[in-house]
Design a protein around this ligand. Structure first.
Ligand code: PAF
Length: 278
């Protein structure tokens, strides 16, 4: 892959890169389409990265379907599909990992303290290997996108990080490879994640600015659905991810909820009412 990227760049091509863990869905494909528009060559990777799963998480069970993925990637215009095995990227004796000081401590980092080190490490390795001009990540993983943007700046990668909007099923459920784990009744419960975000935006539209009220509202909606267990619901600054008490400018509402055994995340930007009073 490195040699290919080097040759392509030497011939004057630009490269767009979409890293994934496979089991592709429309969310991934929308990122690929964006990449297709941005550059001459579109590279996608599939690698279920063990470093971002803690012991007891779903690394082994993570859904995999390489043949279907290859067909979808090809149909979507991917020129090069880069797949690798655990030992290719983490050979025996591997011991270098990337950390970041602030952003990983918030939101998902509270219950998954090693997760973003694993994400940054693999993304940095893939950036070196695929040598892209652009890399595209989904906004469903808002915190991941923020951390990767920061890592890219801090470590001087000459790569433009591009965010792609959340893609939802027709009933509003944010697309995720993990949705496959949900039973029909759990899937119904999972719909309350997006519904809670919509209800909160309505409250904000009607003038509510207190984060505590918004968090409680979302929490009540989600907790009323069977088999839900809230990991966090947060209203925070979209840049620093620090908690906000009052929404006086656009704020991120992010949540993580276990539905049965499946941990799902979703988020939205809440736009407060414009104050026309003076
Ligand atoms: O978002 C994902 O699928 C993964 O975290 C990523 C960016 C491919 C790194 O393994």
């Amino acid at each position: 892959m490195r040699q290919t990227a080097e040759n392509l760049r030497a011939q004057g091509n630009t490269i767009a890169f979409v890293p994934t863990m496979g089991y592709l869905h429309e969310g991934h494909l929308s990122l690929m389409r964006k990449g297709r528009e941005l550059a001459d060559i579109l590279v996608a990777s599939i690698f279920v990265n063990p470093a971002q799963f803690a012991p007891g998480e779903d690394y082994e069970a993570y859904p995999r379907d390489p043949e279907r993925d290859a067909a979808l990637a090809e149909q979507t215009g991917v020129d090069i599909l880069f797949t690798s095995q655990k030992n290719d990227l983490y050979p025996e004796g591997y011991e270098t990992y990337i950390t970041q000081t602030h952003l990983p401590g918030h939101l998902c980092g509270q219950s998954r303290p090693t997760h973003f080190t694993g994400v940054m490490t693999i993304v940095a390795k893939l950036f070196h290997i695929a040598d892209p001009n652009y890399a595209i990540f989904g906004q469903k993983d808002y915190q991941q996108l923020a951390i990767i943007r920061k890592m890219t700046r801090d470590l001087d990668f000459n790569i433009e990080i591009v965010g792609g909007p959340i893609v939802r099923e027709s009933d509003g459920l944010a697309m995720s490879s993990r949705n496959k784990y949900l039973s029909p009744s759990q899937r119904q419960s999972a719909l309350q994640l997006y519904r809670s975000l919509q209800e909160v935006q309505k409250l904000v539209d009607s003038g509510e600015t207190k984060a505590a009220v918004l968090i409680e509202t979302a929490g009540n909606i989600i907790a009323a659905a069977p088999e839900t267990d809230i990991d966090y619901i947060a209203v925070c600054d979209p840049d620093t991810l620090a908690d906000k008490k009052i929404i006086d400018r656009p704020a991120l509402m992010a949540l993580a909820v276990r539905v049965g055994q499946t941990r799902l995340i979703d988020n939205t930007i809440l736009y407060p009412q414009v104050d026309n009073a003076g």
